[in-house]
Design a binder for this molecule. Structure first.
Ligand code: ATP
Ligand code: MG
Length: 439
């Protein structure tokens, strides 16, 4: 029987990899300039960490985690997101004493047992960014701005006139002073409408009422559209804080939509939260999401240290840029597939040359050329055909007779033209070939 991949877990073929690598490199470059430091945290953590951070009654913990007993009879969970792990790291390594702000990012797979569909996988990648410090509206606005900067960077690089495919939505969830009053009002409102709500939302009223605002069921959406909004319950401090953030974003030329019913799937957020949506993604259109969480570190056993962060869904970002089966995306992926073609394919005509072929290939590779060699005695015609099939940009042909005369042939496979290259030694040849190809 043929073995298949686990449902919702995807292979990255080379043509996928180049695109993801391109996006990751863009993100890395920008994050470096904002002074974020890359870290790696484990894929597996103790289940308790996620129950305590994400919240016992969230969708993620209730039905989406991959949790199992390991051989030591300990409950472990494949991380569904990275924030909890980074907080655990900050506490465990005692990073409270380090100079602030602490700024980290990590890139890697997350796991959630959801129904696979477009933009929804069970193993998906996130670029996760977190900042720990006393916060103020500038720091918070900057991180929102940063998320937009990263997402838009590929478009800026390739197009003069930027298509506005990303939309930023902002909200404030208030603080422990003002949110309870809103929660109360919301619960009262939802209880009156309980009969119309879906089964899950009925449960949510007591456990996680804010999540009802995020329900995708039509009848729930209808109810929610008339619900009280947090904006009217914010205390003076939260209100001013939110106004400041908006002013800074405006000053930076960032367009945004205030969505007073925006909530996040996790329990730990306070005040600022945001989502960035993209065109062309269909129902799963949120590419990045994040917010501020002041109490999580303390709750996990650390000291009080506010924080804010966001995560970009790599696969969704890629669809918004490169498109998929249904939509074209912003730019074609041909440019990227080109990166996978050998720069030069070495054709050796004669047994005597095989050894030298390896040496020459090594020299070319050291110069940074993608180089392929056939260590086989095959006819020129057969080898050229193979070079063509592998989409090599150039073929370098070495025959025994030619070598004696210190001459090789470089064939431009796309144009179908070739020229002789005279050389003194292998080093010299590699140098000349490099110059021909790159200049
Ligand atoms: P959604 O509402 O789409 O389920 P979420 O609120 O669960 O998203 P977050 O936990 O905030 O998502 O994760 C941040 C980002 O990670 C999302 O905006 C999305 O781009 C990506 N993401 C989340 N879940 C998945 C998934 N199952 N498959 C692919 N990407 C995902
Ligand atoms: Mg989700």
């Amino acid at each position: 029987m043929k073995i298949q991949a686990v449902r919702g877990f995807k292979d990255w073929l080379p043509e996928d990899f180049v695109k993801y690598e391109y996006l990751i490199n863009i993100a890395r470059g920008i994050l470096k300039n904002y002074n974020y430091k890359e870290i790696k945290i484990p894929i597996l953590e103790k289940t308790d960490l996620f129950i305590r951070s994400i919240g016992e009654f969230t969708d993620i913990v209730q039905k989406e985690t991959y949790t199992f007993l390991d051989r030591n009879k300990e409950f472990l969970t494949l991380r569904p997101e990275a924030t909890a792990g980074i907080c655990r790291m900050v506490i465990e390594k005692g990073l409270f004493v380090s100079p602030k702000p602490l700024k980290f990012f990590t890139i890697g797979p997350m796991f959630r047992h959801e129904r696979p569909q477009k933009g929804r996988l069970r193993e998906f990648f996130q670029i996760d960014v977190e900042l720990f410090s006393e916060l103020n509206p500038y720091i918070e606005a900057e991180i929102v701005f940063l998320a937009m900067e990263i997402l838009k960077a590929p478009i800026c690089l390739f197009k003069e006139d930027l298509p506005e495919i990303y939309t930023l939505e902002l909200n404030s969830l208030g603080c422990p002073k003002c949110r309870p009053k809103y929660k109360e009002a919301l619960i009262k409102f939802l209880k009156e409408k309980k009969e119309i709500l879906c089964e899950t939302c009925k449960q949510r009223i007591a456990r996680n009422p804010l999540r009802v605002l995020d329900c995708k069921v039509e009848t729930c959406k209808e109810v929610v559209s008339k619900s009280p909004v947090i904006t009217e319950y914010l205390c003076e401090e939260c209100k001013t804080h939110f106004e400041n953030i908006k002013d800074i974003l405006k000053f930076m030329g960032v367009q945004y939509i205030e969505n007073p019913r925006l909530v996040r799937g996790l329990d730990y957020y306070v005040r600022t939260i945001f989502e960035i949506k993209a065109e062309g993604l269909g129902a799963q259109d949120t590419v990045a999401a994040g917010g501020r969480y002041d109490f999580l570190l303390k709750e996990l056993g650390g000291q009080h240290l506010p924080a804010i962060g966001f995560a970009i869904g790599l696969e969704r970002w890629a669809i918004s840029i490169f498109g998929d089966k249904e939509n074209k995306g912003i730019f074609s992926s041909e440019k990227f597939l080109e990166k996978l073609c050998p720069d030069v394919f070495i054709i050796l005509l004669g047994k005597e040359l095989l050894m030298n072929g390896l040496k020459l290939a090594t020299l070319l590779r050291k110069k940074g050329l993608r180089c392929e060699v056939t260590y086989e005695e095959k006819s020129l015609k057969a080898q050229l055909k193979n070079a063509d099939k592998l989409s090599a940009k150039y073929s370098l042909i070495l025959g025994e007779e030619e070598i004696k005369k210190r001459s090789a042939i470089l064939r431009d496979m796309r144009k179908g033209i070739q020229k002789d290259i005279n050389f003194e030694n292998w080093e010299d040849l590699s140098h000349k070939v490099y110059k021909e190809i790159k200049e």
